[in-house]
Write a protein that binds this ligand. Structure first.
Ligand SMILES: [Zn+2]
Length: 472
């Protein structure tokens, strides 16, 4: 009798242990975390309305991310502000802890380094990839591997990158690769010395094969802050975020699994400039990168988790003003506000006596403004706004700075500012500011564990849920 009881006890223990082991098993072996910088609900919805307008219908769930089964939202505030910045929000999404705006991967007293979900995954034997369309040492990607008192310490962040030992870094280059001191090593050389294969031509990036240990792949075509060209400017020499995502998957796919963070960094920059058309094109490019992850998901649906979210909203974008929204009008803009600024600087230099009428021709050519047939006729007041900008900024000395990260549109001072403002207004887009807002951001999820994202969450919940699902 005693023996029988013992057998039952041992049997039950065995069943219990096997259940516990099952509970510890990772449910999500492949995790993609997509962060659209500055991508609020309206940034996504304006892109959906743009596509609906091009398709001539009222179907709005026309992006890859809008078809995900979980469509929720998330709060983003930081330790010291309702309005977060990319480093505080990046830190929250990477580590599960809030910090002050401007701080990177550390607590607000600057004494504790937070371990990121990417660092945890790497330690547990997963492969890790970090991708961004802006500098790879910019706040969002850096939140996953660096720990610095300030997000602006670009050189120190760049030098910290190889310490992570992560398997793939792709996209933008280093902002400030050289330190201020004379004897400070170049950050690219430092990465190579630490065992990274640094590649930066289209050919070498396309040809690199699996088995290359650690890779730092940088887009050969970059702008002044080591970021991708604007999507709307259609730089042919550039490699897209989607291509980088595909290459990243190819390189780090392995039987143990991986964690990959992909940032669409210039949605934020477009919205700082209140440039709706540029924002739409950046969201589309970001969604194409999501499509690459979806391809992978289709091969491993039971083990692949894709999360698409944002660090914060930028610009306080709202669809609606006294005009009926017609996002299709944005199609008439074929250049970013920033690139149009550069183009005008070039005109100033080659033809300083250019007349207002000549500049208006350029405005029409690049924004459609002034064209009746395109539905973009200008009122006398709107022409006066452009004339004022022309009078105040077209003497070659002020107003136009092509190297600025984004334009200061707050006072609608320059010709590109006014052109963008008028086109956005006619398309039905309004803006609250040139900066981030406190509004919640979208959370779209597909894959094992998606049910944990159905209720609204906080940005600190993201790594906690991922850790649970990856068994970290
Ligand atoms: Zn920003």
């Amino acid at each position: 009798m005693k023996k029988q009881w013992l057998l039952i006890l041992v049997g039950s223990l065995l069943v219990l242990t096997s259940c516990m082991n099952k509970a510890n098993e990772p449910k999500a072996k492949y995790v993609f975390l997509f962060i659209g910088d500055g991508m609020g609900i309206s940034q996504v919805y304006s892109t959906e309305l743009y596509l609906a307008s091009l398709n001539g219908n009222r179907q709005t769930n026309n992006l890859n991310m809008s078809k995900f089964p979980v469509q929720s939202y998330m709060t983003t505030y930081s330790s010291n502000s309702w309005i977060t910045c990319s480093s505080a929000s990046g830190t929250a999404m990477a580590s599960g802890f809030k910090t002050n705006n401007g701080v990177l991967g550390k607590d607000s007293t600057l004494t504790i380094n937070f371990e990121s979900i990417a660092e945890k995954a790497k330690l547990a034997g997963y492969k890790v990839g970090i991708l961004s369309s802006v500098g790879i040492n910019h706040a969002t990607p850096a939140s996953f591997y660096a720990h610095q008192n300030s997000r602006g310490m670009y050189y120190d962040i760049a030098m910290e990158l190889p310490v992570s030992n992560f398997d793939f870094f792709g996209g933008g280059g280093f902002i400030t690769p050289k330190g201020k001191g004379e004897n400070q090593p170049d950050a690219y050389e430092n990465a190579e010395k630490s065992g990274y294969t640094y590649i930066h031509s289209k050919e070498s990036i396309q040809n690199i094969k699996k088995g290359s240990e650690k890779v730092l792949a940088v887009n050969p075509f970059l702008l002044s802050k080591a970021e991708f060209a604007w999507e709307i400017d259609n730089a042919k020499e550039s490699i897209s975020l989607a291509e980088f995502t595909r290459k990243g998957i190819e390189l780090i796919d392995n039987p143990k699994g991986f964690f990959m963070m992909i940032e669409g960094g210039k949605i934020d920059w477009a919205c700082h400039a209140n440039d709706g058309a540029a924002s739409v094109k950046e969201v589309l490019a970001f969604d194409m990168a999501v499509a690459e992850a979806l391809q992978f998901y289709k091969m491993h649906p039971d083990e692949t988790l894709i999360i698409v979210t944002a660090d914060h909203e930028t610009g306080g974008m709202i669809i609606g003003n006294e005009n009926e929204p017609n996002l299709g009008l944005l199609m008439n803009q074929n250049v970013s506000a920033q690139e149009f600024g550069r183009l005008l600087v070039n005109v100033q230099q080659t033809n300083p006596k250019a007349t207002f009428e000549q500049i208006m021709e350029l405005v029409q050519q690049h924004f459609g403004l002034g064209s009746d047939s395109k539905g973009l006729a200008l009122s006398a007041m709107e022409i006066a706004m452009l004339k004022k900008a022309f009078d105040e900024t077209f003497d070659g000395s002020k107003g136009l700075d092509p190297d600025k990260e984004y334009l200061d549109i707050s006072a609608n001072k320059t010709i590109p500012d006014v052109a963008v403002y008028l086109l956005n207004h006619k398309a039905g887009i309004s803006w609250a500011s040139n900066d981030h807002s406190a509004t919640e951001v979208p959370v779209r999820v597909i894959g094992p564990g998606q049910q944990y994202f159905t209720a609204p969450i906080d940005n600190t919940d993201i790594p906690k849920i991922i850790a649970k699902l990856m068994g970290l």
